[in-house]
Design a protein around this ligand. Structure first.
Ligand code: PLP
Length: 406
């Protein structure tokens, strides 16, 4: 077999569909977020404004976080030096796990290298250990949750996005005694909508199912201390396992799950993606810990972000631009076709020094290609108003091109 040409065909297929991923190298600059230096393919550098960052609150630039990371390197050095089981557990791991347990009012927390491996490991373990377990999974769940579910080899029932009636119809088909997990997110990353948590929790109680909630895009942002939508809706005690990340609102990296002592101990003891990997380094742990604790108290960043998001949504609305109206901070602006989506984002970057990444299939369904836009705490009113005006112009111009490429 000609392996090279086989794989070259696979790449060509992506090009032909207009969904070949092109990375955009940007150097974020301390103290200057949401500006960054774009390193263009021709070797030039220019300042751009980011409109697709998950550093929603600018915590990646926050001096409290940065100083904690510096101190950790000075005190402990660079790497963790091992897996959690073999010389890679430090007091910082334990402090951070206690901090996230407190965030969710749970008995225990467990840190993973990323939110992805947390979902993959935790869901995989729970569903594989429970005998004859059925997982009820929202159709828009993240790839990391799907990975964990597939790893578990449990039966998966997919319910329509955020649809409690459909979920109940599926739950009804199985005996009360059968093990069940309902897996869902709170804030959906690509649509910006929020799940009906209370309805799902009620169903879980009625049908005796475990609840597994991904709060990756909500921790640090919702609830009195940043516990997420479950905290905001006073439902923390109705969710069995909550998963989150330090990589988005907290501005660092790493993932975590929280739950009862027994459930977390089970995940700790069985999840390969937790056990067989070098643990997070001291600087990352210290930065994450500083960020989580800081946002339990501070609300300035959040208030700024919320008011910017509101201004941005109002601007888009006034300009008649097709954004998906959800109640979260994420603003998906629909383009509906991958080539045009790329064309728009290229033009934003090259002509207007604005960086927004095109989002294509399989991240979103074909025909719903979009820009996933985020107004952070650090954007100015001018940034927002200018961007809306530019988008309005681009949409007007490119409607013609959309029609031509279709
Ligand atoms: N869950 C959801 C809903 C996400 O959007 C993401 C990240 O993109 C993850 C999990 C994975 O989190 P992390 O980036 O920390 O790996």
């Amino acid at each position: 077999m000609d392996y090279e040409s086989f794989f070259a065909d696979k790449i060509d297929a992506l090009h032909n569909e207009g969904r070949y991923r092109v990375f955009t190298p940007i150097a974020r600059q301390k103290g200057n977020f949401p500006r960054a230096l774009y390193h263009s393919p021709n070797g030039q550098k220019k300042e751009v404004t980011l409109w697709c960052s998950n550093d929603y609150l600018g915590m990646g630039q926050n001096p409290v976080v940065i100083n904690a990371m510096h101190d950790a390197i000075d005190n402990y050095g660079s790497g963790a030096g091992g897996t959690r089981n073999i010389s890679g557990t430090s007091p910082l791991h334990e402090q951070l796990e206690a901090s996230v347990a407190d965030l969710h009012q749970k008995q225990a927390g467990l840190i993973f290298s990323s939110g992805y491996t947390a979902n993959q490991g935790a869901l995989g373990v729970l569903a594989s250990l429970l005998p004859e377990c059925i997982i009820f999974s929202d159709e828009k769940n993240h790839a990391s949750m799907i990975h964990g579910m597939k790893d578990s080899r449990a039966k998966i029932e997919i319910f329509k996005h955020n649809d409690a009636n459909h979920l109940e119809n599926l739950l009804k088909q199985y005996p009360a005694s059968q093990a069940k997990i309902i897996a869902f997110e709170s804030v959906y990353s690509m649509d910006g909508d929020i799940a009906p948590l209370k309805e799902f929790c009620d169903l879980a109680e009625r049908y005796n199912a475990l609840t597994y909630l991904d709060e990756v895009h909500a921790v640090g942002l919702y609830g009195a201390i940043g516990g997420g939508i479950a905290e905001q809706e006073n439902l923390l005690h109705h969710i069995d396992v909550i998963e989150g990340t330090f990589g988005k609102a907290y501005g660092v990296m790493g993932g975590f799950v929280t739950g009862s002592n027994i459930i977390i101990d089970t995940i700790r003891s069985y999840a390969s993606s937790f056990i067989f990997t070098t643990s997070l380094p001291p600087a990352v742990l210290a930065g994450a810990l500083a960020s989580v604790e800081y946002l339990k108290i501070s609300s300035i960043e959040l208030i700024r972000m919320q008011s910017n998001v509101m201004r941005f949504k109002k601007g888009l609305e006034k300009a008649g631009l097709p954004y998906l109206q959800g109640s979260s901070h994420i603003v998906p602006l629909i383009v509906g076709e991958p080539t045009c989506c790329k064309l728009l984002t290229d033009e934003l970057l090259n002509k207007y020094s604005i960086y927004a990444q095109p989002i294509n299939y399989p991240t979103v369904p074909r025909g719903t290609e979009r820009m996933r836009l985020t107004a952070t705490a650090t954007h100015t009113h001018d940034d927002i108003d200018n961007f809306v005006n530019i988008l309005a112009d681009l949409y007007a111009e490119n409607h013609i091109q959309l029609a031509q490429t279709a």
